[in-house]
Design a protein around this ligand. Structure first.
Ligand code: MSP
Length: 634
């Protein structure tokens, strides 16, 4: 079983400021992989941490009138708080100011120095402090940092250099021979062309400030912060120390998750250091795109920095994680907006997933007294659903093996939506009315079985979801039904389990519907215009009236039960003076299905019938010819 180990890392973040939603994205990706691999039975080690040295931190601390250590201690506490709220399941949090890290950095520097991989010279060039990066005159863009566009400083100092240039060929060869070493391919190509453009030796020490790790062979110099930082991936495993058992176990199964801005440090500098030290290279480096806000990078000066803690408090960690992983296009930049977040929440989480659970539990309560029935009579429709559900774990695994988070979620949602459609097609309400007992049992069983599978698979993405679903399905004690292995068999749910329907998993959020009241020059009547989008927010559906009765002691009100295509709804409508109840039963009507429920005379009304009104004259809107219940009206 030696193969079944998995080591995943995030970049170690600068504790120069609080973290934002972009940092949360990187860490959520790593956490999802860690959880998925644990689910599959891998022995996982998940590392994150903080990158605490360097000129930038030293300056920030000075501005705050604190010692660098005091300054970083406060911010690191806020990192850990965020990760806890976001369900980040790291095994270790490394801080570069810890003695265990410093020791390994110095050990490695000494080793490289002794091997002649490090030499002393004079550095003359430019330095970008926010990026902690060296640039030559030629690399600058309009005299500024080519990466972030900020001003650079001229540096002229005696420094030590790492003979990085000599690894250019070997790196190119390695990348060529390992097509999956750098993903996505666009990033791999970027690194290849960078290397083809030539590689210089790397300045690895500074003397003009002292917040860093002293070079063991010349303590007047402190280690360049990127050299110091990259080593975290092996210092945390005890490389070069008395106890290097973690290193021997988990290296080189490492997968480094990083943002595209720091791909070069990870795909060029880090492998070159490892080659020079005679250490194997990590297994993979994945460089994701940027999360943009209103099309641009988040920055304090623009005032568009999105605080993940606020969002978690408002929407919950699961929804934030879902949004980040679903919304980021593969390897490219993505966009954050609160409207998009609310929209995803309402459609994918509340409507698709949440409703599937809710409808299923409601039907089991209503038709089977809250106990899970045993399946017996399968139809081709069931077989199709079953086949889709059985192949899903493989699809998710395949997508995640290439870091395609959105695709993996998309595959799960395809099955969720197929299942919602299955409810409409099998119409359990009709089966119940017609007394088709064994068909109804099978359909209800299949629904729970698909929900169970979807729940296991969404767990790594939204760790807060499974415990809540298990409780409602009455499966919380049956741990063997929560496993990866259990996904390969069907019909393993014990019949008779008592369900416990609870509150909705994701209660729908209010979407900001802005109806424009602007008058157009032709109309000018003050009739507010709505966009097509506004209109489409109304869920108008065809439904058949199943039952209708007068609401006692009212003149106009009718209580009407409609079939919305597999789902029954109760409505209260003020048309009793125009229609007798028995006239309505069997008629197809049009209903606003997503109207906020209201309680009228003690009856919960979950929608509204559409009528045409001319003063006292009122008539129901009905379809011109019969159509399937639940059909959308546009
Ligand atoms: N300290 C270095 C990393 C050293 S790793 C050996 C560093 N730190 S950082 O705090 O500035 O940012 C770390 C990472 O955060 C970025 O590489 C990227 O992964 C992530 N992101 C920061 N802003 C981001 C977005 N707006 N969008 C997506 N990811 C972003 O660089």
């Amino acid at each position: 079983m030696g193969e079944r180990v998995f080591y995943v890392t995030t970049p170690i973040y600068y504790p120069s400021d609080r973290l934002h939603i972009g940092h949360a994205l990187t860490t959520t990706m790593a956490d999802t992989l860690a959880r998925f691999k644990r689910l599959q039975g891998y022995d996982v080690y998940f590392l994150t941490g903080s990158d605490e040295h360097g000129q930038k931190i030293q300056r920030k601390a000075q501005e705050a009138n604190l010692s660098p250590q005091e300054y970083v201690d406060r911010i690191v506490a806020s990192f850990k708080d965020l990760w806890q709220r976001l369900y980040i399941s790291y095994n270790d949090f490394i801080r570069t100011t810890e003695p265990r890290h410093k020791k390994v950095v110095q050990y490695l520097l000494q080793k490289l120095y002794d091997k002649g991989e490090i030499y002393k010279s004079q550095y003359v060039g430019w330095y970008c402090t926010p990026c902690e990066s060296f640039f030559t005159q030629r690399q600058l863009r309009e005299g500024r940092c080519p990466d972030c566009g900020r001003p650079v400083e001229l540096v002229r100092e005696e420094s030590y250099f790492f003979r990085m240039s000599k690894y250019r060929e070997a790196l190119l060869k390695y990348i060529e021979e390992h097509p999956d070493f750098i993903l996505p391919l666009s990033r791999r190509n970027e690194v290849i062309s960078f290397l083809q453009g030539g590689l210089e030796d790397l300045c690895i020490s500074r003397t003009t400030f002292d917040w860093g790790i002293p070079l063991p062979f010349d303590p007047q110099h402190v280690t360049y912060v990127w050299f110091d930082a990259l080593v975290n991936y092996i210092s945390a495993l005890g490389y070069g120390t008395e106890d290097d058992s973690l290193f021997r176990k988990y290296w080189p199964s490492a997968v480094h998750i990083v943002g595209k801005d720091i791909i070069r440090f990870h795909a060029v500098i880090w492998p070159a250091i490892l080659m020079a030290a005679g250490i194997s290279l990590p297994r993979q480096i994945f460089g994701h795109g940027w999360l943009l806000v209103e099309g641009s990078k988040m920055s304090k000066s623009k005032g568009n920095v999105v605080d993940p803690i606020e969002l978690i408090e408002r929407y919950g960690a699961d929804a934030i994680r879902y949004f980040l992983l679903r919304e980021m296009p593969y390897g490219a930049d993505g966009t954050y907006s609160e409207e998009a977040l609310i929209h995803r929440f309402n459609t994918d989480l509340a409507n698709d997933f949440g409703n599937l659970l809710n409808r299923t539990l409601t039907m089991i309560e209503k038709f089977r007294g809250g106990r899970l029935p045993a399946p017996s009579q399968y139809s081709p429709q069931d077989e199709e659903l079953k086949a889709k559900a059985l192949s899903l774990p493989g699809e998710v695994e395949e997508a995640l093996s290439r870091f395609e988070f959105s695709k993996a979620l998309g595959a799960i949602w395809k099955v969720v939506n197929r299942t919602n459609k299955y409810i409409e097609e099998t119409a359990p309400w009709d089966l119940n009315r017609k007394g088709e007992k064994s068909r109804l049992d099978t359909v209800l069983y299949n629904l729970v079985e698909v929900i169970r599978r979807a729940t296991i698979l969404v767990g790594p993405f939204m760790p807060g979801v499974p415990p809540r679903v298990w409780q409602q399905l009455g499966l919380e004690g049956l741990k063997e039904l929560h496993t990866w292995e259990s996904l390969s068999s069907w019909e393993i749910l014990p019949s008779g389990v008592e369900i416990k329907k609870g509150p909705p998993l994701f209660p729908r959020l209010e979407e900001k519907v802005e109806i424009s009241a602007e008058k157009t020059s032709e109309e000018g009547e003050g009739v507010p215009q709505v966009s097509l989008e506004d209109f489409l927010r109304l869920r108008l559906q065809v439904a058949r009236v199943v039952e209708a009765e007068r609401v006692p002691n009212t003149g106009k009100l009718l209580k009407i039960i409609v079939d919305l295509g597999g789902e029954e709804r109760t409505l209260v409508s003020g048309i009793a003076d125009k229609y007798r109840p028995e006239e309505l039963v069997g008629k197809q009507v049009v209903v606003i299905a997503n109207l906020k429920p209201a309680t009228i005379r003690g009856i919960r009304s979950e929608g509204m019938l559409l009528t045409a009104i001319d003063g006292e004259d009122i008539t129901l809107l009905v379809p011109d010819r019969p159509i399937k219940n639940g059909s959308l009206v546009r």
